[in-house]
Design a protein around this ligand. Structure first.
Ligand code: HEC
Ligand code: HEC
Ligand code: HEC
Length: 105
């Protein structure tokens, strides 16, 4: 079965090209500097949970660019709120600001 590895490589290359054509390569993790301490966004983990649906966040909530600093965490709040899909912001500061001296209410 010497052809199998070659086939896998070919498929990987093709899908890589397709991702580039549709979307820019997603970063693993993004760190935003803020007055509340660095905020971590686990980009890859969020993509997995959205089953690869970039459109959940792009371009509706954010552009596919981290060139500009994130202006607000309002987009995070669409899911990170009481009764939302993810832990709410209040009381969970350290989940996003791991080295926050930020007052944890
Ligand atoms: C849960 C929300 C979410 C999902 C889903 C998501 N992203 Fe993102 N992505 C973000 C946020 C937030 C940023 C930072 C935006 C900013 O800084 O203004 C970002 C930034 C990016 C960037 C810019 C990185 C840089 O360093 O400039 C790329 C490229 C990107 N995303 C690609 C993707 C692709 C491809 C997918 C789907 C496979 C995807 N994203 C799915 C939230 C998401
Ligand atoms: C779901 C993730 C998340 C949680 C939870 C969270 N933050 Fe943030 N926070 C961010 C992101 C992303 C930014 C950067 C964008 C911005 O400045 O709004 C930020 C920015 C900030 C800033 C700077 C805002 C500004 O205007 O300069 C402060 C202060 C802050 N957070 C404090 C807190 C406190 C206190 C808590 C807990 C009550 C908290 N954060 C919980 C993600 C989060
Ligand atoms: C589309 C919905 C959605 C958006 C938008 C979103 N998150 Fe999340 N996030 C989730 C879910 C779902 C979880 C996992 C559930 C939980 O832990 O409550 C999660 C978990 C996290 C975690 C814990 C580590 C991990 O990935 O499991 C961090 C940190 C985090 N989010 C930060 C952010 C920040 C910062 C933003 C905004 C830049 C953001 N999230 C925007 C849905 C979202």
């Amino acid at each position: 079965m010497r052809h199998v590895p070659a086939l896998i490589v070919a498929v990987t290359l093709v899908s890589g090209v397709m991702v580039t054509a549709q979307d820019k390569k997603p970063p693993e993790k993004l760190v935003f500097q803020s007055k509340g301490g660095d905020a971590i966004f686990t980009h890859a983990t969020h993509i997995d949970r959205e089953k690869g649906e970039c459109a959940t966040c792009h371009p509706k909530l954010w552009p596919q660019s981290a060139q500009e600093p994130l202006k607000s965490s309002d987009g995070c709040r669409t899911c990170h709120k009481a009764g939302g899909r993810a832990f709410e912001m209040k009381g969970n500061c350290v989940q996003c600001h791991p080295n926050a001296s930020a007052k944890t209410p």
